[in-house]
Design a protein around this ligand. Structure first.
Ligand code: ZN
Ligand code: ZN
Ligand code: FE
Length: 764
């Protein structure tokens, strides 16, 4: 097995507790090479060795750490080995710049947890307990430096006992800015849907638990905003939440009272367990057991996996310990809107959604959703980057100008470079509603203000109609537009510290191409400043344009029309054909043959849609990516077979999927199981990637774009590329979907700014 390098950052109580000698002993004992270093921001290390050894090193780093060490945040990514020949303790350069670093919100630590369940402790059952090692951070900071007067805790004057802890260097709460206790800190209240106070403190908690048990919908003000809680065993309650939230089928996340209960319902791997229990406490997508009987199907219809998290604040711990049941814990919003942060806003926006509101009087400065991760190829892959992760930076090798990137349109996040760091904002969401757009505008102002940046370039997408592009155009600084799929590739390169050239396999639903058509099945070869589109999937028309993304059956007709022209109605039994009426078919046929409102696309996401429709898996979707997701769920990985495809020798090469579609239709005619066809389809996509990689012959291959949220596609492509001698790279702590675009935009703008220095105030 080829050696890899793990880069690890540990934040928390890791200084002056013997952490570095411990790391040294552990590494040398395990025969791993590299170094460890202490700095103002924490302990950093690079460790090289076999992947399996590195994984167990990381696990032991947490398990066997010195007794007084507390890890608030353990961040790691994997890179190519550089060839260290021994392990050493390095000394930090005291002249090195002290980069202000704002920590993410950190899940309740073990000691605070003990205190809130200890009847003898003065914080017994206090829902806002925290210490230097845990508690809210990013969600309460108004400005830097991170001192109490700069947080929303400024309105609470510490009592004598808290003040003493705060000033005692030997206390766990020495300089714990959000320090609080039942005497002096924030308080809990239960409101009805009109905002009338029904109960306070302990009584509020007791009644909130009853409310959930009775199947009603509780809005809970958490760390980064409101969550909606409902009994996950109660089909009616979950159904009512779906109707009220206007969320038809998209899976809901769950919060379980304990890890033991999670492992009773799901198969949890060692790494998944680590993620569930990590200080980031994200939602982890895990495989449910068929015997997971208590979770009603309405929670995640048609899904073999569950999105699960564990309690991460004292309030959650107290509630869940007494509830003793898994609950749906979903963002407090209507579909596609950002999460509510203030109780008055929540009363208004969640009117008719929540029955009761469990609130407190500690203001939240910025919305931060629960993060979502899944394990791919035995590594963490972040799908939604928010609580616990934002705003931690991606570290670059060179100093960048201050660049603000405004991201894409869906799953928006923004990014900002300061020095060698690129800070990535929390997930904002789809810029489809006015609420989302104002959250986006707040965040574009918030990040530069927090880090005192002087924006020299604003980076955005090339799509002329994106609201993010329009906002960027109206900003004062010079504009730099970065092609969408190139931004995906640059994000993945930055995260993996890769240099040019790479072959970027950038596959997603949609992105504006340099030729004005819709791209999405792209192979880009990077060079110093820019990229060359070396290959792409064969284009086809989507009848109905952008609105058709809700109807995979339209993509199917587009694909069939591309192959057989107007003879597409030849097989009237095909699922997409059956789903339309005769008159609808006539209209669509005319649209396709005349090219009316039927834009051309090379999108891999739409090809997934087309195949899902042809297989009868799904004709219409209620959320983005649903058809592709269900096609992934359909996989029966019982075959290594793949379908045929062609690659033209033109420039760019065109990958022709028509032979694959023809063979799929034959398999259908022969009544092959859908699970087998779905598997062969995924296998074909991996073979396409391998074939193009061979054609282009660049050793480093980057897999990026929303399609690589698909675990089967990602893992199979990684495996196949490695087998034939390529080095595959994929995302880890930055999402492969459009949540990673802003990072890539910063890098894209920096490349051209560093190549050709722009005078300030240059032409926009
Ligand atoms: Zn704590
Ligand atoms: Zn106090
Ligand atoms: Fe994209």
């Amino acid at each position: 097995m080829r050696a890899e390098r793990a880069k690890v950052a540990v934040r928390g109580t890791v200084q002056g507790v013997g952490f570095r000698p411990f790391v040294y002993r552990l590494a040398t004992q395990m025969k791993l090479n590299g170094w460890v270093l202490n700095s103002a921001q924490g302990v950093f290390m690079e460790v090289e060795g076999d992947r399996d050894l590195l994984q167990s090193f990381l696990l032991r780093l947490e398990k066997d750490k010195p007794p007084r060490a507390v890890i608030q945040n353990l961040e790691f990514s994997f890179f190519n080995a550089t060839g260290y020949d021994h392990f050493e303790i390095r000394y930090s350069d005291p002249s090195g710049q002290k980069m202000v670093s704002i920590l993410p919100d950190i899940a309740t630590c073990a000691e605070c947890l003990r205190e809130i369940f200890d009847p003898e402790n003065r914080r017994y059952r206090y829902p806002f307990t925290n210490c230097t090692n845990c508690g809210p951070r990013f969600t309460i900071i108004e400005a830097l430096p991170y001192d109490r007067p700069h947080t929303t805790m400024k309105r609470f004057k510490m009592c004598a006992a808290c003040d003493h802890e705060f000033h005692d260097p030997c206390d766990r709460r020495f300089h714990a800015q959000p320090n609080a206790c039942p005497r002096c800190g924030p308080r809990l209240a239960l409101w009805d849907s009109r905002g009338t106070v029904l109960a306070e403190e302990e009584e509020a908690m007791v009644r909130a638990i009853e409310i959930v048990r009775q199947g009603q919908i509780l809005a809970l003000k958490g760390i980064g905003g409101f969550q909606l809680l409902v009994d996950a065993r109660n089909a009616n309650a979950v159904q009512r939440l779906r109707a009220r939230k206007r969320r038809e089928e998209k899976p809901f996340a769950l919060m379980y009272p304990s890890f033991d209960l999670v492992s009773r319902d799901s198969d949890v791997s060692e790494l998944e367990a680590r993620l569930l229990l990590a200080p980031e406490a994200p939602i982890v997508l895990i495989q449910r057991r068929s015997t997971a009987s208590q979770i009603v199907p309405e929670v995640a219809p048609a899904s073999p996996s569950l999105g699960v998290m564990l309690p991460y604040s004292p309030l959650h711990h107290l509630l869940m310990r007494d509830l003793r049941i898994p609950v749906v814990a979903t963002s407090g919003n209507l579909s596609d809107e950002p999460i509510c942060i203030s109780e008055y806003e929540a009363l208004k926006r969640l009117e008719g959604v929540a029955d009761y509101f469990l609130v407190h009087n500690r203001p939240i400065v910025r919305h931060v959703d629960d993060s979502v991760v899944r394990v791919v190829w035995n590594r963490e892959l972040v799908l939604r980057r928010a609580r616990g992760y934002a705003p931690l930076p991606v570290h670059m090798k060179t100093t960048l100008p201050d660049i603000l990137a405004v991201g894409a349109h869906l799953k928006n996040s923004v990014a900002l470079s300061v020095g060698k760091e690129i800070f990535i904002s929390q997930h904002i969401g789809d810029l489809e509603t006015s609420e989302a757009f104002s959250a986006f505008r707040r965040t574009t102002a918030d990040l530069p203000r927090l880090y005192e940046a002087e924006i020299s370039v604003v980076a955005c997408d090339m799509h002329p109609d994106y609201l993010s592009t329009k906002l960027a155009q109206n900003m004062q600084a010079p504009l730099h537009q970065v092609q969408h799929h190139f931004a995906h590739v640059l994000a993945c390169m930055a995260e993996n510290e890769l240099e040019d050239p790479v072959l970027g396999v950038s596959w997603d639903g949609t992105g504006y191409g340099t030729d004005g058509t819709v791209w999405g099945g792209e192979f880009l070869r990077t060079d110093e400043e820019s990229f060359r589109r070396v290959a792409h999937l064969r284009q086809f028309r989507i009848p109905g344009g952008a609105a058709a993304v809700k109807e995979p059956r339209r993509a199917a007709l587009g694909v069939l029309h591309e192959i057989w022209g107007n003879n597409l109605m030849i097989d009237p039994r095909l699922a997409p054909v059956v789903s339309f009426s005769d008159s609808e078919l006539l209209v669509i046929r005319r649209m396709l043959s005349k090219g009316i409102n039927s834009p051309l696309t090379s999108s891999a996401g739409r090809l997934f849609d087309a195949v899902a429709s042809i297989l009868g898996v799904r004709q219409r979707v209620t959320f983005e990516g649903q058809a592709a997701m269900e096609l992934e769920f359909a996989i029966l990985s019982a075959t290594d077979e793949a379908y045929s495809f062609g690659i033209s020798s033109s420039s760019p090469s065109i990958v022709d999927w028509a032979p694959m579609i023809a063979e799929i239709l034959i398999d259908l005619q022969e009544s092959k199981p859908v699970g087998i066809i779905a598997t062969k389809f995924h296998n074909t996509l991996s073979e396409i990637i391998v074939a193009v990689a061979r054609e282009i012959a660049v050793p480093d291959v980057v897999l990026t774009g929303g399609c690589f949220q698909n675990r089967y596609l990602a893992e199979r492509s990684i495996r196949r590329l490695s087998e034939v001698g390529f080095k595959p790279y994929w995302h880890q702590r930055v999402p492969p979907n459009d949540g990673g675009i802003a990072l890539g935009q910063v890098v894209g703008a920096a490349r051209s700014a560093l190549a050709t220095p722009q005078p300030k105030g240059a032409e926009v």
